[in-house]
Write a protein that binds this ligand. Structure first.
Ligand code: DND
Ligand code: ATP
Ligand code: MG
Length: 275
């Protein structure tokens, strides 16, 4: 293994093998402990997209909430799952199936289309025309805004689904889906996330479907693997310290280096990661 591969694995805390039950417990306990430490807060908020990551984290969050309510013999704590479609969502059936599996304390729906379109229009009026790609980032940031407003109203924390297979390529919108209060999935790669969902009894189609950011109007449900130019199998192997093709390694390491600014503290005169 190269020095870079080893340092990436260390930085992202990936284990070559996991015990799914142990990982589930570790992450539920983290969320419970955090809520108990900051006792003004009484729950979590997360967007439910119908994809693998939000299904996993929402389920873990709901289990944490259920345990806390049971232990304290009350109904103080809640998990708020949020449907955040842009107009009509292509995989709305998967969102419904995910909600059925998660059984959130509360489900809210905020359609982000009007806000995103208004933002695009206001920029245009100011002489700034954004591409469809940049509009995709606006969708991710609008979802972040909605989740923080909901968290503010309900005294909750915003969860983030960032995990090692996403962090390594920086495949998230800075201050969009990358913004959160807690990131309980850190350290897991994509196939380990699947293992956890399987252990939790999740319907297979929710974790076997192709991961997609689904942010672009012109390329709906574009597969992450197509956008990244590398497969999650390759990314996961790399993160587990395995040998992969030279071509895939170069793509992954290229993304990693280019997106360093998304994983490090904001550049200032008091840090030097950027030098
Ligand atoms: N070296 C540097 N130091 C400090 N800041 C730097 C920088 N390079 C760029 N930047 C800043 O970062 C900005 C670019 O970053 P950002 O705005 O995030 O945008 P960018 O990384 O260009 O795009 C986000 C990517 O993440 C994907 N994504 C987004 C959301 C969700 C998901 C998903 O899987 O669900 C995937 C999306 O499809 C797209 O490929 C630049 O405009 C600049 O402001
Ligand atoms: N349409 C949506 N409705 C609600 N939340 C969304 C939506 N799209 C994205 N999100 C939020 O943004 C996060 C990042 O999206 P991402 O695509 O990485 O994860 P995912 O959809 O849960 O899983 P997958 O990677 O398998 O597609 C999601 O976990 C979810 O919390
Ligand atoms: Mg998705």
């Amino acid at each position: 293994m190269s020095e870079l591969q080893q340092s990436v694995i260390n930085a992202l805390h990936v284990k070559p093998e996991i015990d799914p039950k142990e990982e589930i417990r570790l992450r539920i306990d983290f969320m419970k402990e955090y809520l108990q430490k900051f006792s003004f807060a009484n729950g979590f908020v997360l967007g439910i997209s119908g994809g693998q990551d939000s299904t996993l984290l929402s389920k873990l969050a709901q289990l944490a909430i259920d345990e806390l309510n049971q232990e304290e013999e009350g109904e103080t704590y809640q998990f708020i799952g949020v449907e955040l479609p842009y107009g009509k969502q292509g995989d709305a059936d998967d969102v419904a199936d995910a909600i059925e599996f998660i059984q959130p304390s509360k489900v809210l729906t905020v359609n982000i289309k009007e806000a995103v379109d208004a933002s695009e229009k206001a920029l245009r009026a100011g002489g700034v025309v954004i591409s469809d790609f940049l509009k995709g980032n606006e969708k991710a940031r609008e979802r972040m805004k909605a989740q923080y407003s909901i968290a503010g109203v309900h005294n909750c924390f915003v969860l983030g689904t960032d995990h090692a297979a996403e962090a390594i390529t920086g495949f998230f919108t800075k201050h969009g889906d990358g913004a959160c209060d807690l990131a309980p999935l850190e350290g897991l790669n994509k196939r380990q996330g699947k293992q956890l969902l399987k252990a939790l009894g999740c319907p297979e189609h929710l974790y076997l479907k192709k991961p997609t950011a689904d942010l672009e109007d012109d390329r709906p449900a574009l597969a992450d693997e197509e956008a990244l130019g590398v497969t999650y199998e390759e990314v996961d192997d790399y993160l587990e310290g395995k040998e992969i093709s030279q071509e895939a390694r170069e793509v992954i390491e290229g993304h990693y280096i280019k997106t360093m600014h998304k994983r490090e503290p904001i550049a200032s005169i008091y840090n030097d990661w950027w030098k």
